[in-house]
Design a protein around this ligand. Structure first.
Ligand code: SAM
Ligand code: GPP
Ligand code: MG
Length: 294
């Protein structure tokens, strides 16, 4: 498939930034400056740009052997396939979505999940991100695909969105809930979702069975300037905000092949060891939680 390469695109912001805290200013700056090859080169494979990790078994037949011609390109394609498969799992949990529905992506990044949701359901998708660079990127990508009236992103705090109450059929956080207070976050999803609507998150969370955040979890927090919550905090904050879990899926074993493959690539960022060790020692879990707005 041919697609525009967005690695170097610069377009003016289409949206007015929302008021923010000093922490949110830092996070906006972080994502405005982010240009890691592990994200851009994977996105360049088919034009779906993700800022999340992968799930599923490695396809060793497609990958071939180290040293075979084009091995590095096939490795990139395989990591990207696993990241898109992760979005596929999230979309599987959104329930019945129709063309007339509107979905909300809270912390939408460069919009890969939004485009996939639109392609699967034909619905509209509204994304919010703190980063003007990311919102522009989504806008440009939507224009390129001719879906700019259906897939849109704006610079906005996910804790205070402009969406009308009770209007969204579904909403999600794909690896973006570790930047906010969970009570505030779920109060906002609960406001925006219609009764009977579905909320889904895929997230890394620390495991209360381990006791406290491990050194690996602390390392991940420092690396991304985020604040990983515990599994217990997620379930408690959902219960307090009219979000009743329909599924809690432990994806930890499913994400390890992605990390072990990524650790062998030339695109490593240095955080691979922390993810692999914390998933293996049980201190950290990769979870999907789906909930009904009641
Ligand atoms: C790790 S990226 C995930 C991007 C996307 N969900 C994906 O799967 O590709 C985290 C995203 O959360 C966004 N974010 C963090 N805090 C936010 C907030 N308070 N309001 C809106 N977006 C926020 C960042 O701007 C960034 O786009
Ligand atoms: C599961 C957890 C704790 C996620 C933290 C949030 C985060 C930064 C996700 C991946 O972003 P990315 O795709 O930009 O990261 P990388 O550059 O490492 O691929
Ligand atoms: Mg990435």
């Amino acid at each position: 498939m041919t697609s525009t390469k967005f690695t170097d695109v610069e377009t003016p912001s289409a949206f007015v930034p929302a008021p923010s805290s000093p922490y949110q200013d830092d996070i906006a700056r972080y994502w405005d400056q982010e240009a890691r090859p592990v994200n851009l080169r994977l996105g360049d494979v088919d034009g779906l740009y993700h800022h999340h990790y992968g799930v599923g078994e490695v396809d060793h037949a497609a990958l071939g052997k180290v040293g075979d011609g084009d091995y590095e390109q096939r490795l990139i394609a395989e990591l990207h396939r696993l990241e898109s498969a992760q979005t596929g799992v999230l979309l599987d949990h959104l329930g019945d979505i129709g063309r007339e529905d509107t979905l909300v992506d809270a912390g939408c990044g460069r919009g890969g999940s939004m485009v996939m949701a639109h392609q699967r359901f034909g619905c509209s998708v509204e994304g919010v991100t703190l980063s003007a660079k990311q919102a522009d990127f989504v806008q440009q990508r939507s224009l390129d695909l001719g879906i700019e009236d259906r897939v849109r992103a704006r610079v906005c705090n996910m804790l205070a969105t402009p969406f009308e109450s009770g209007t969204a059929a579904a909403s999600w956080n794909n690896e973006s809930s570790m930047y906010v207070d969970l009570d505030d976050l779920f109060a906002e999803h609960s406001r925006v979702l219609r009764t009977g609507g579905r909320y889904v998150t895929i997230t890394g969370c620390w495991n209360p069975r381990y006791g406290q955040p491990s050194k690996w979890v602390s390392q991940i927090n420092a690396h991304f300037e985020c604040n990983i919550h515990s599994r217990r905090e997620y379930l408690r904050a959902m219960a307090d905000n009219r979000l009743v879990p329909t599924a809690v899926v432990d994806l930890t074993a499913d994400t390890l092949p992605y990390w072990e493959l990524r650790a062998t690539s030339s695109l490593v960022t240095g955080i691979e060891e922390a993810f692999i060790n914390s998933y293996k020692d049980g201190s950290f879990q990769y979870l999907l939680i789906a909930a009904d707005r009641v």
